[in-house]
Design a protein around this ligand. Structure first.
Ligand SMILES: [Ca+2]
Ligand SMILES: [Ca+2]
Length: 457
């Protein structure tokens, strides 16, 4: 007996060393669930599919209620392609009777199980089943019992003998009606299968004890995790509160270790990420159910923040474009006006008849052009002032320019014969109109940008 105990301690000791020094573990959120908010409003568990009597709720999934002949189950939708892994399951089996039934099973199988006779799942599975068998079918007074069984897909579970000749290993523990959730930690690493058991008498995470250990175990390299339960003539509530899966890979090299962030932080972030993903998935499913005709939110909508940033960016881009165009066009316009002016002066010097009022008009246009230019510069340099007054002034100037241009054009046409070197009136009008459009456009964008600025600050 003492030797046996010593052996157990040795096993636990070496396992602890392995846990500390060896494996690299990664949380797999698509193969896990935990509360709060396990279920969506419609009663689905993100990344998991359930069947039979299973009813997901906020904090747990009731795989069977304490009613006769119930079967229920919950399986991952995603296939796990990691060869080695560790699963921690938190559950409660409770019933009013001194004896309960039938029990609960945790699975890792090549294909997801269907409703069936083995603790709520199909027989002849390919992979591992860990059974929490409440009812003593063979009358050996060795139940409740925790038992691991590996099946290659050909064997029928011997329900009437509690599979006692089929087990890979196990331990006799009473897991019914415990004050806290009972836990099982199943580790499959380098073809060694280890099951640790937490009796649910405390909430301490380190109260695990070794239940069974087997070497040279061959499980499918990829498969589905599941948890199922069944009741018979006797019935218990079978509730699962958490299912946490980690993939296990060989330890990191020194170089990989240097690159990776602190292990504890990483685990924490992974689990947080898993929770967020799960929550997001829940919300997406709820949204889909509530709005069956609409596309997923992220395709169609942007957040308020994203929209504001986009508006600001677009407004600034447009402003830059307009400012560049304005700059270029103002230069061209000034050049044209100067040309016109010099043409008129030339004509005057050469003794040609010059309409005095026409020159006055041109002088007016130049002065107004300068006014407009000044206002634009002023607006550009001041962000917070109200632009309404200035816009009105600009508008007034533009009207005056248009009137003057009208006069100029008619006079220019009258003088066309005596002024062959003058700039064509339509060309000149084009430049003026372009400038007007640019100024108005700029002013509008300026206002828009101010609004966006005010929203932020
Ligand atoms: Ca049994
Ligand atoms: Ca038995």
């Amino acid at each position: 007996m003492a030797g046996h105990v010593a052996f157990l301690f040795l096993v636990i000791f070496f396992d602890a060393i392995l846990a500390d020094e060896g494996r690299h573990s990664r949380f797999e959120y698509k193969l896990s669930f935990k509360g709060p908010h396990i279920a969506t409003k419609q009663g689905a568990v993100p990344f998991w599919a359930h069947y039979g009597s299973a009813i997901p709720s906020d904090e747990q999934i009731r795989i069977t209620p304490s009613l006769k002949d119930q079967r229920g189950g919950l399986w991952t939708k995603t296939i796990s392609s990691t060869e080695f892994w560790e699963v921690e399951v938190f559950f409660k089996i409770s019933g009013r009777g001194r004896v309960g039934g039938d029990g609960l099973a945790v699975w890792f199988t090549e294909t997801a199980g269907l409703p069936g006779p083995v603790f709520g799942s199909s027989d002849k599975w390919k992979g591992l089943g860990l059974f929490f068998d409440s009812f003593d079918n063979d009358g050996e007074q060795n139940n409740p019992y925790v038992m691991a069984m590996v099946n290659d897909g050909d064997v029928n579970y011997d329900h009437f003998k509690d599979g006692n000749k089929q087990q890979l290993g196990g331990c006799m523990r009473d897991f019914r009606n415990r004050p806290y959730p009972v836990r099982a930690k199943i580790r499959y690493y380098n073809n060694v299968l280890t099951v640790f058991y937490h009796a649910g008498m405390t909430e301490k995470s380190d109260d695990y004890e070794l239940c069974m250990r087997a070497e040279n175990v061959k499980l499918p390299k990829s498969g589905y995790f599941g948890v199922t339960a069944a009741t018979g003539g006797l019935a218990d509530d079978h509730d699962v509160l958490k299912f946490l899966t980690h993939s296990l890979t060989p330890p990191l090299t020194e170089e990989q270790k240097k690159k990776s962030i602190n292990e504890a932080d990483r685990k924490k972030y992974e689990e947080q990420y898993g929770e967020f993903s799960s929550k997001l998935e829940t919300q997406k499913e709820e949204f889909k159910k509530d709005h069956p005709d609409k596309k997923p939110a992220e395709e169609k909508y942007e957040t308020v923040y994203e929209r504001d940033v986009r508006l600001m960016y677009e407004a600034q881009q447009e402003m830059h474009k307009i400012m560049r165009a304005l700059h270029g066009k103002t230069g061209e316009l000034t050049q044209e006006v100067n040309n016109l002016h010099s043409a008129v002066s030339k004509q005057q010097n050469s003794g040609g008849s010059v309409d005095y009022s026409m020159r006055q008009d041109i002088g007016n246009i130049v002065s107004l052009q300068n006014d407009v230019h000044r206002y634009v510069k002023d607006i550009a340099s001041r962000i917070s002032n109200s632009d309404v007054k200035k816009l009105e002034q600009i508008e007034q100037n533009i009207r005056t320019i248009l009137e003057n241009v009208g006069h100029l054009i008619s006079k220019n046409q009258d003088n066309k014969k005596s002024c062959p070197s003058c700039v064509s009136s339509s060309y000149f009008t084009f430049f003026l109109c372009t400038q007007i459009v640019i100024i108005v456009g700029y002013a509008l964008y300026k206002n828009q940008q101010d609004k966006v600025h005010k929203k932020f600050y």
